[in-house]
Write a protein that binds this ligand. Structure first.
Ligand SMILES: [Zn+2]
Length: 87
């Protein structure tokens, strides 16, 4: 009698963009889910586009974070915080 080994694969359908981001950000924690999504994304143009948009977003965010904060914005933020702590 032969025993057939089957590789169980997790198959997923399109997650919401918010969940796509979570899958990507927590890829180290949930390897199976990440691999399943990676496989899904290869043949799903919708999720592929979502990943590209997320990538673009983080690229812009990274650039913005490298810029120096404007002194006016910092002063405004400080005044808002001090008003809040007084209440
Ligand atoms: Zn999809």
């Amino acid at each position: 009698m032969k025993i057939k080994h089957q590789i169980r694969r997790l198959q997923i359908s399109c997650p919401e963009p918010f969940d796509v981001e979570k899958i990507l950000l927590q890829s180290h924690k949930h390897r199976m889910l990440f691999r399943a999504f990676e496989e899904h994304m290869m043949c799903c143009s919708k999720c592929f586009r979502t990943v590209r948009k997320i990538h673009k977003f983080y690229e812009i965010l990274e650039k913005e974070l490298q810029k120096k904060a404007s002194p006016e914005v910092v002063a405004f933020a400080k005044s808002v915080y001090s008003e809040k702590s007084e209440v």
